[in-house]
Ligand binder design. Sequence first.
Ligand SMILES: [Fe+2]
Length: 348
Amino acid sequence: MAMNVMTDADARTALSEELAKYNSRVAQPDDPPLFTREPNSTMQACHWRSADLMTLLDKIGAALKLERGGTRRTLRLTNPGLPYGTTPTFWASIQYIRPGEIADAHRHTATALRFVMQGDGTDTIVDGDQYFMNENDLVLTPSWTWHDHEHKGDKPMIWLDVLDISLVRSLHATFFEGSETPRQQVNEVPDRSYRQFGSGIMRPMGSDAHQGPSPVLAYTWPRVEDAIMQASALEPNDFDDTFLEYQNPVTGGPALPTIGTAIQRLRPGFKGKPHKHTGSVVYYVVRGSGRSVMGDKTFDWARGDFLALPPWMAHSHANASDKDDAILFQVNDIPVLKALGLYREEAA
Ligand SMILES: [Fe+2]
């Protein structure tokens, strides 16, 4: 009499057809493991050089029109290890706008921000509040806020656009709405958000309703630069030197609930120690030059370059100069990891 020698693997395979009829399954022998011992991201460390990006931006600036109700003119930074997005949760793109152009009003559930790379003369209106953007300003467009831009200056303007679109898509929570009019009505009293929350130390009485995104529209560069230089007089952090996060002045939390934003200054001669953390990062070089090691890659960067760091990859940053500052702006998804209890960090 034949013994029943069916292995567990055989039993799993034998069941698969019947279970599939009921939209169900058991793990199959050739399935990849459900868990990895630690994060094993397919995202790759990347470096985009300013000169290459500027050439490409001139090309798309000449070739693509900014049409009413159409798609924004943006150069998306892609990652060869990902099917979608610059990182697992967000797209970093560079928007190019020519004098006289309007990027017309719309809103979406994806949270967005802008960091101005070059030029001035473009205003942005966010829920009626108008702001003329300047170099290195951070401007927030929180989830579902109306926003539009018009370039009233005389030279092309470019800025970094970040959207947590991969995250929102993975949650199937995408909403989008276009506007009947290209531009929004501007509030009668300008600078509403600045008047209410701009001091960062005082706020309107009873404004604890703001639990989500920061009510501040623009984090202007002179104030950010002053803050980082003040903090630089203190002892450096071993990994990142002086490292400040853009905050929501009402809650003390991150400026945006799903996208982290920070500035770091590497003082002349600084050589950071390697570490790793969960969460993905895109860096933009505001000033200076330096070297970052990410996993087995080494990137020598300069002003205007971008870098992308995958989750849980060992990395370190060094300033290439003994005389000049290096300043990096970064965007990350660390607020999401922290909110979900998934943030980890360790020396590498
Ligand atoms: Fe938008």
